[in-house]
Design a protein around this ligand. Structure first.
Ligand SMILES: Cc1cc2nc3c(=O)[nH]c(=O)nc-3n(C[C@H](O)[C@H](O)[C@H](O)COP(=O)(O)OP(=O)(O)OC[C@H]3O[C@@H](n4cnc5c(N)ncnc54)[C@H](O)[C@@H]3O)c2cc1C
Length: 410
């Protein structure tokens, strides 16, 4: 008897969860199609300075996974791509995938000759616009696939063509068009993850009033060795070394007016940031204002380490507002200290808003809960995993993704 060839399983989202699910599926013998919106895999983890609990760089976990992908011919990757239509049912889905025009072909070796001659600049979204790249750019230094991209908003294409002239591999083609691909699949794993809550909505935090009021994800980039400061923390407005930094926990989170739920990782993230600052700027005074500190498992050790340091002050109390002194441009944080029973004003060179996790939108075919997280539908062959389902850290995301892969195979 000839067994009918099994249809592939589609994984949507190439962050740590989607990458994990794709590898587990492929190593268990299934064909996998991994669809990722960005030109690179790794998602939010790729943007981090380091990650708890071990405080290792993101390259640590991602590099090993990228090697497993390279070695596995069962995984087909569509980057710069999104799923625009889903029809059919469990065992027999049909998906339409749209891939943005690939002006840089796969034969690019990332030699960098193009960047040397490119005259145009663009804001670098990978660094939350704190720095610029050329219009032809490598998304980041450990991008996978390791290939340049072109920002069509800034590139003058044929009117310039300097990159085409110098490319030794003939890898640039301005005539490339976006492509549509039809895919058959037996199941769909949705790992589309999260983005940061829009801090501009928090009126009293004055996020848009100063470059020195940043979100926690922006702070990751400001600390990162491959970030705008190349590992040296500077205050964005004038590049001065900050002497006092305030962290505002639950900035908008657990608040009916903004994000009613807890994002589970922000407390550990701020403790991680405090420990990183302590290493680089031991004299910097760090104040962390919190409602209650929610750390669990191995991250409790962070709390103990933070408590040992005299320059890191954990203050139980909510921040009422952040203001910018119109003369000095210094930041003034008004907050209550519940344990002392006082309301005080504190100066700060930088304020870091620990804003929460908001699920990315995917498709109307997938059911959502009241907060917009996907519930998935295992019976229907659609498996939502990790932060597309609820906020969680990397180690829980990896466990979720592995479990979903096994269920999708069954
Ligand atoms: C400030 C901060 C610090 C953190 N630090 C840590 C830490 O130190 N340690 C830790 O364990 N956890 C940390 N976390 C949590 C960690 O970021 C998440 O656990 C992790 O990102 C989950 O990975 P994911 O793959 O589920 O989602 P993501 O990382 O969000 O990846 C989702 C991927 O899906 C893609 N995508 C989205 N929509 C589509 C679409 N429609 N089609 C195709 N692709 C799509 C995205 O481009 C992205 O690549 C932190 C979180 C925050 C907010």
């Amino acid at each position: 008897m000839i067994r009918e060839k099994q249809k592939p399983i589609v994984v949507v989202g190439g962050g740590i969860s989607g990458v994990t699910a794709a590898i587990e599926l492929a190593e268990a013998g299934r064909e996998v199609i991994l669809v990722e919106e960005q030109p690179y895999l790794g998602g939010n983890v790729a943007k981090m300075n380091n990650y708890f609990p071990k405080l290792c760089p993101p390259s640590c976990g991602l590099e090993i996974n990228f090697r497993r992908i390279r070695q596995n011919p069962r995984i087909k990757i569509f980057t710069s791509s999104v799923v625009i239509a889903i029809s059919g049912e469990k065992g027999d889905f049909r998906l339409q995938v749209k891939t943005a025009s690939q002006l840089v072909k796969n034969c690019c070796t990332a030699c960098g000759e193009c960047v040397k001659v490119c005259p145009e600049e663009r804001p670098d979204a990978f660094n939350y616009n704190f720095s610029n790249t050329k219009a032809i750019f490598l998304p980041h230094e450990m991008a996978f696939p390791m290939k340049y991209s072109i920002d069509e908003l800034y590139c003058r294409k044929e009117a310039c063509s300097k990159c085409v002239e110098v490319c030794p591999y003939d890898a640039i083609d301005f005539r490339a068009k976006e492509e549509l691909t039809e895919i058959s699949a037996s199941a769909i794993v949705v790992a589309t993850g999260w983005h940061n809550y829009n801090a501009g909505k928090l009126e009293t935090m004055n996020y848009n009033a100063s470059q020195d009021i940043v979100t926690n994800v922006e702070f990751e980039r400001l600390l990162a060795p491959n970030g705008p400061g190349q590992g040296t923390l500077h205050r964005p407005s004038d590049k001065a070394v900050p002497k006092e930094i305030v962290f505002v926990q639950c900035a908008g989170s657990r608040d009916e007016n903004y994000l009613p739920y807890c994002s589970a990782v922000c407390c550990s993230a701020s403790l991680k940031h405090a420990l990183t600052i302590r290493e680089r700027l031991p004299d910097c005074i760090i104040r962390i204002f919190y409602i209650d500190l929610r750390v669990s498992g191995r991250n409790e050790d962070f709390l103990n380490r933070v408590k040992e340091h005299k320059n890191i002050l954990l203050i139980k109390g909510k921040v009422g507002k952040v203001e910018v002194d119109s003369q000095t441009k210094k930041l003034i944080v008004e907050a209550e200290d519940i344990l002392k029973g006082v309301k005080e004003k504190y100066n700060a060179d930088m304020v870091v808003l620990a804003t929460g996790i908001v699920p990315n939108k995917f498709s109307d075919t997938v059911a959502l809960n009241e907060f917009g997280f996907m519930t998935g539908d295992q019976q229907a062959g659609i498996f939502a995993v990790s932060c597309s389902k609820k906020p969680m850290d990397v180690s829980s995301s990896v466990k979720e993704a592995t479990a979903a892969a096994m269920k999708a195979i069954q």
